[in-house]
Design a protein around this ligand. Structure first.
Ligand SMILES: *Cc1c(COP(=O)(O)O)cnc(C)c1O
Ligand SMILES: [Zn+2]
Length: 424
């Protein structure tokens, strides 16, 4: 049997068999990528995101209707004077067929990642998150019963809920900021049986997020000229670029890669600063001076990653370079104004990060960066929180352990061991 895909390292070009492998075994640093044997995309008769199974690193699927949806905007398009504005909506909005009950495109990552771990790995997934990613993995755990270990800052714990009870989540809250919980999460992975999800290095994460581009191109019948997304890590931007390359290879969607138009939330804009100065490296002293304070001031805190995969081979810098891309910054005031405009026009509540994205489109129209007839794919990467609250219960995920930032894992190692053994 031939595998439907192989993994390849961009640094040494080595082909790597997938054992839930997220880094090149010879120690290269670039992002390994999935190469699918099928060069033309067939939409499969499967639910939700799995209709794009041809280009997902999984063999099976899950019984979930959650997937990307795209529609051609009328109201916002008219407001902005755009004739070809397509909205990719990843959230809950049943009237438009959007069924992501955790309300962000992180569930597009969690679904194939959970399948990939079951098929190619062995272990319990560990996720560090400030909110949306953790909630998405809890939701998929509730669906499948697959155990997960989720580590979040104490202050984010109200963001963790599911629409059906999640019985197999080990939630750990860490007193401190996101960076403290990432560090504790990394340390937890030293416990046998717990495997780091992988973040941007995980091909299932990227190819899952890339389905927004696939759905956008299939819906419009062509690749867009521009792809708009708000970014914190930029993984969704890398994913959109990779998906575009596959669509060009397909031959039916055009030959030109969409320009990535990626946006951060002022005042925390490290990738914007580096890119605008033409640098592949982020310089902490210049690009994110006083990071803690800057992070505390942004409206959309899912956009505040201090270690984005920007410089690595196959990362954000390469994605922007290959697509003639732009990195912009948006203030809280601009984001909140854009949010009002979006809600009035499209009648659904966007995630704050999606409001940042809308603001960047408004700015690009005003400055003439995009033309009136350009094909635009606007990634509303989260939303429908109010809509889901009307239809579904919200079950809070309760912490199993609470620790202080910088604590050694030893404090709770034996209890976690017991939990792992009970769920392996
Ligand atoms: C995570 C997230 C983003 C940023 O995604 P990255 O591509 O990983 O930077 C944007 N919008 C929403 C709603 C998100 O949840
Ligand atoms: Zn390598």
């Amino acid at each position: 049997m031939t595998e439907k895909y192989t993994l390849k390292c961009p640094d040494c070009s080595e082909e790597i068999p997938d054992r839930y492998t997220n880094v090149c075994p010879t120690g290269c640093t670039g992002l390994i990528r999935a190469y699918y044997w099928k060069k033309q995309l067939d939409i499969q008769p499967l639910p939700g995101i799995f209709r794009f199974s041809d280009w997902l690193p999984v063999e099976g699927h899950l019984p979930s209707d959650a997937g990307p949806i795209t529609y051609k905007s009328e109201a916002l398009a008219q407001e902005l004077g755009l004739s070809n504005l397509y909205i990719g909506f990843s959230g809950y909005w049943p009237e438009r067929g959007a069924a992501i009950e955790s309300c962000s495109f992180k569930e597009l990552e969690a679904l194939p990642t959970t399948v990939r771990m079951k098929e190619k790995g062995h272990g319990i997934l560990q996720i560090s998150s400030a909110g949306n990613t953790g909630r998405a993995f809890c939701q998929v755990s509730a669906l499948t019963g697959a155990p997960v270990v989720v580590v979040v800052p104490e202050s984010s714990k109200e963001r963790l809920w599911t629409t059906t009870p999640a019985e197999n989540v080990c939630l750990i809250t860490v007193e401190g900021d996101y960076t403290d919980s990432i560090e504790f999460g990394n340390a937890i992975c030293s416990i046998p049986g717990i495997v780091a999800e992988g973040g941007a290095r995980n091909v299932a994460r990227r190819d899952g997020m890339g389905t927004v581009m696939l759905d956008g191109a299939v819906t419009a019948g062509r690749l867009p000229d521009y792809y708009f997304q708000a970014v914190g890590s930029g993984t969704g931007g890398i994913a959109a670029w990779e998906a575009s390359m596959r669509l060009v290879g397909d031959g039916r969607f055009g030959t030109i890669l969409p320009h990535l138009y990626l946006t951060q939330n002022e005042p925390f804009v490290p990738m914007m600063k580096a890119w605008q100065e033409g640098r592949r490296e982020i310089l902490p002293e210049t690009d994110m001076a006083d990071a803690r304070r800057a992070i505390s001031q942004v409206y959309a805190d899912v956009l505040t990653n201090r270690h984005p995969p920007y410089s690595v081979k196959g990362g954000v810098y390469d994605a922007l370079s290959a697509t003639g891309g732009t990195m912009d910054g948006i203030t809280n005031v601009q984001a909140k104004e854009a949010e009002k405009i979006f809600i009035d026009a499209e009648e659904i509540d966007p995630d704050p990060a999606a409001s940042v994205c809308v603001a960047s489109l408004i700015k690009a129209v005003e400055t003439g960066t995009v033309g009136k007839d350009d094909y635009i794919l606007l990634n509303i990467a989260g939303g429908g929180y109010k809509r889901v609250a009307e239809d579904k219960n919200r079950f809070p995920v309760e912490p199993m352990f609470s620790v202080k930032g910088g604590s050694p894992v030893e404090e709770i190692r034996s209890e976690i061991d017991t939990w792992v053994n009970g769920h392996a």
